[in-house]
Design a protein around this ligand. Sequence first.
Ligand SMILES: [Zn+2]
Length: 257
Amino acid sequence: MEPRQIAAGVWVFTSRVMSTTSVVVAGGRAGAGRAALLVDPAWEPDELEAIAGWLERSGLTVVAGRATHAHYDHVLWHPRLGTAPRYATPETARRAREQRRCLVAGLGPEWPADLAPLVGDVVALEADLIPWDGPAVRVVEHNAHARGHAALWLEEAGVLVAGDMLSDVEIPIPDEEGLDGYRQGLAVLEPFVRRANFLVPGHGGVAARTGEDTPIRRLERDLAYLDGLRGNLEDPRLRGAPDWLLDQHERNRDWLT
Ligand SMILES: [Zn+2]
């Protein structure tokens, strides 16, 4: 499992499961190598191990972790990734703590027992910036898709790590906030989407400002999806979509009533 470098000091790994992304950001010196921030490492145990192996080979030491939100595929870890604090918003940390059993159960019976205690073991960080020796990483909490959900904005590289928003493979998946709350979440992200050179969704491909599938296109597509729910919606993400996503689409229509 090799990552794709999208900007200086920023790499994206993509899991074989649901194209789940993990992001590595390189910082200043740490011991014999460089410090690294690791966001949402995913997914399967051998993939987590492969990320750890790549970090070791690259001379990168994880000094901070980050979970974008309290869903089981975004709060994973592996012993070889080390014992750095894994930050999350206070609400995400609270949810992860309270829902720990569900998070582990969601990973299925095959999930290794030695990795289970690490699932959701995140700490609350009430700060706009991640405290670490590296480029500024701003926390953009928007509460759409999951309460406590926060994107990360890498100002220097112009990279928006969006969490489970703005995907090219998944339609919007609102939670308790409903359609209007989801729109508000997108509005919080919009200024960063407009400035982004690259947008990394929690699942799917990276959008680049210079490509056809730009960050702004992603935003427009999600807004068009929400606006189109009442009518005959044509969304490329629904074509040939897996059953769970089509079910989600039907549930999204339930918000209209
Ligand atoms: Zn999610």
